[in-house]
Design a protein around this ligand. Structure first.
Ligand SMILES: O=c1[nH]c(=O)c2nc[nH]c2[nH]1
Ligand SMILES: [Zn+2]
Length: 479
C-alpha cells in the first residue's frame, strides 16, 4: 500500500520567469519577469510581478515577508529560460485508465459495439494484478509527461486493481479522482458485471474505504462514485448509488447522451413509470436517482435537448467535453458554446480510449476544431478560441472536478500544480537552440506571446512539457 501524502521533505521554492494562466474564459494573463513563492506544503504564498525576472530582486522583496525558511540557500530556485513559461497543470476530467492499452484501437466502431468489441474484454482482463500494475503505472507516467497534474479516472469493476490505481497515483504524486466502475446489467457480458446491486455497493464502499486509508485528508487522491452509464446500471443500483452519494458527499462521474442508440436504449430501459422521473430524457433519469448534483461530472453531453441542458445548469452539474473520443467513435459534436452560454461549467476529457490520445493539449486542439465543425453547421458563434480551450483545460477542469479552490491558476492560496513549457527557438542559421531541437513547435522570434501560445496549442506535444509539479513536488522532468 502507498503511504500517505507527506510532502517528501519539500523545501520552500521560488519560481522566476514568465507565467501564463487563464484570467477568465476568454482571457489569458501574461506575467513576464514575475516570481512565485511556493511553501513546503506546495502552496503558493507570494506572487510578485515587479522583479523583472531578477532572482536576487525577487528574493529581497519576497523572502522578508515570508519568515522562517525563506533565506538564500534554504530556497530551491527554478528560473524559466527566455521563451519558456510556467502554465497551470492540465486537468483531465474524464479518462479510463483501464483502457489505456487500447489507445488508437477503435476501427470503425460506434459506442455500443466498441464497448463489446474492444473495451469490456480489456477492462475485465485487468483483474489480473500484474497486468493492472503494468497498465496503471504506465498511464499515470504517460499523463504526467503530458502535463496532466489531475485526472478523473475510471478504473474497472475490480476492487483490488482500482485500489492499486489510487496507490500508484499517490506514489507518483498525481492528483486524482479514482472510481470503481459500477455495472450490474446484461449490457455488459456476464464475465464483466457486478453480481447484484448490493455487491456493487459493497465493492464501491471497499474502494472508498481504501482511498480514505491511504490519503485520509484527500490531499491528492479521492474516490468518485462511478455508475458507468445508465444502461449499465439497474434501477435498484441507480437508487443505491444516489443514496451513497447523499450519504458520503463524494463526487459522481458518469456518461450522458454520447450516442443516439445509447439515448434510445436509456428511453427503453428507464420508462417514466418505473423511475418516477419528470420525463423520459437521459438527464431526468440521473436526476430521478439523486445522481445529478453540483458534484456530478457528466462526460460527453453531445445530444442534449434544450430542457436537459437547462436542468444540468439548474442542478449545477458539470460537463466533461471529450472531442477526441466524440470524433473517433463518431458520436457527434458537442455544442460547448451553447452549454457555456447556459451557465454549464465545462472542462476537457481525453476519454482514453474512446479518445486516442492521453494528451489534454490534444483535447484542447480538438475542442477548437470540433467547435469549428459546429460553426460550419450554421452557428458561427460556436468557435472556441485558443484562450477558451486553455481555460477549459485548466480552470474549467478544476471546477468540473470540484478543485477550483486548490488548482487551475497561479494565485496566492492555490497549490503549485504547474508545467514548464519550452518551445523550439530558431536561431539565425535556421537551427533550433540546444535542448529544444526535438519539439514540433518552431518559434522564429518575431511572434507575439499570444501567437506563441497558439502555436503551442496547435502544434505542441509532450516534448514541450519540460517539467511538471503537483502540490509543489516535481513529478516529471523531460530529459
Ligand atoms: O466513451 C465512453 N467510454 C466508455 O467506457 C463508456 N462506457 C459507457 N459509455 C461509455 N462511453
Ligand atoms: Zn468515457
Amino acid at each position: 500500500m502507498a503511504t500517505t501524502t507527506a510532502q517528501n521533505n519539500l523545501k520552500n521554492q521560488l519560481f522566476v520567469g514568465s507565467f501564463i494562466h487563464s484570467k477568465k474564459l476568454n482571457q489569458l494573463e501574461y506575467l513576464h519577469g514575475a516570481s512565485v513563492c511556493v511553501d513546503k506544503n506546495g502552496k503558493i504564498v507570494a506572487v510578485d510581478t515587479q522583479c523583472a525576472g531578477d532572482v536576487k530582486k525577487a528574493a529581497a522583496t519576497l523572502y522578508p515577508t515570508l519568515g522562517e525558511g525563506w533565506s538564500e540557500g534554504e530556497v530551491v530556485v527554478q528560473v524559466a529560460k527566455e521563451g519558456q513559461f510556467f502554465f497551470p497543470g492540465f486537468i483531465d476530467t474524464h479518462i479510463h485508465a483501464s483502457q489505456y492499452p487500447n489507445v488508437g484501437i477503435f476501427g470503425s466502431s460506434t459506442l455500443l459495439d466498441w464497448l463489446n468489441t474492444y473495451t469490456f474484454p480489456l477492462e475485465a482482463s485487468l483483474a489480473e494484478p500484474a497486468k493492472a500494475r503494468k497498465v496503471y503505472t504506465r498511464v499515470v507516467r504517460k499523463t504526467l509527461s503530458h502535463g496532466t497534474t489531475c485526472a478523473a479516472y475510471y478504473a474497472t469493476k475490480d476492487v483490488a486493481s482500482t485500489n492499486l490505481l489510487a496507490d500508484l497515483c499517490l506514489a507518483a504524486g498525481q492528483r486524482a479522482l479514482v472510481g470503481r466502475v459500477c455495472m450490474d446489467t446484461p449490457l455488459s457480458p456476464e464475465y464483466y458485471r457486478d453480481e447484484s446491486p448490493a455487491q456493487s455497493i459493497a465493492a464501491t464502499r471497499a474502494s472508498i474505504a481504501h482511498i480514505a486509508r491511504i490519503d485520509p485528508a484527500m490531499a491528492l487522491v479521492r474516490p468518485v462514485i462511478t455508475p458507468r452509464f445508465a444502461p449499465s446500471c439497474s434501477i435498484p443500483l441507480m437508487q443505491a448509488l444516489g443514496a451513497l452519494a447523499a450519504e458520503t458527499d463524494l463526487p459522481i462521474q458518469t456518461h450522458i447522451s454520447e450516442n443516439k442508440n445509447e439515448i434510445a436504449l436509456v428511453r427503453e430501459l428507464f420508462p417514466v413509470a418505473a423511475t418516477g422521473a419528470a420525463d423520459d430524457s437521459y438527464t431526468a433519469v440521473y436526476d430521478a436517482f439523486g445522481l445529478l448534483s453540483s458534484r456530478t461530472i457528466l462526460a460527453h453531453a453531445v445530444h442534449l435537448s434544450e430542457a436537459e441542458a437547462d436542468l444540468i445548469a439548474l442542478r449545477g452539474a458539470k460537463v466533461s467535453h471529450c472531442p477526441c473520443s466524440n470524433s473517433a467513435i463518431t458520436s457527434g459534436a458537442a455544442r460547448v458554446r451553447w452549454l457555456l452560454d447556459k451557465g454549464v461549467c465545462c472542462g476537457l476529457g481525453t476519454d482514453v480510449s474512446g479518445g486516442y490520445s492521453p494528451s489534454v493539449l490534444e483535447a484542447a486542439r480538438l475542442a477548437a476544431l470540433v467547435s469549428r465543425h459546429v460553426a460550419m453547421g450554421g452557428d458561427e458563434a460556436a468557435k472556441l478560441t485558443v484562450e477558451e480551450v486553455l481555460f477549459l483545460a485548466t480552470r474549467g477542469g478544476a471546477e468540473v472536478v470540484g478543485l477550483e479552490d486548490k488548482v487551475g491558476g497561479f494565485e496566492v492560496g492555490k497549490e503549485w500544480d504547474a508545467q514548464l513549457i519550452g518551445l523550439g527557438s530558431v536561431g539565425e542559421d535556421g537551427a533550433v537552440e540546444d535542448g529544444d531541437e526535438d519539439g514540433n513547435v518552431d518559434v522564429f522570434g518575431w511572434e507575439s506571446w499570444e501567437e506563441r501560445v497558439a502555436k503551442w496549442v496547435y502544434n505542441g506535444d509532450d516534448r514541450n512539457t519540460r517539467k511538471v509539479w503537483v502540490r509543489g513536488r516535481l513529478v516529471h522532468e523531460r530529459k
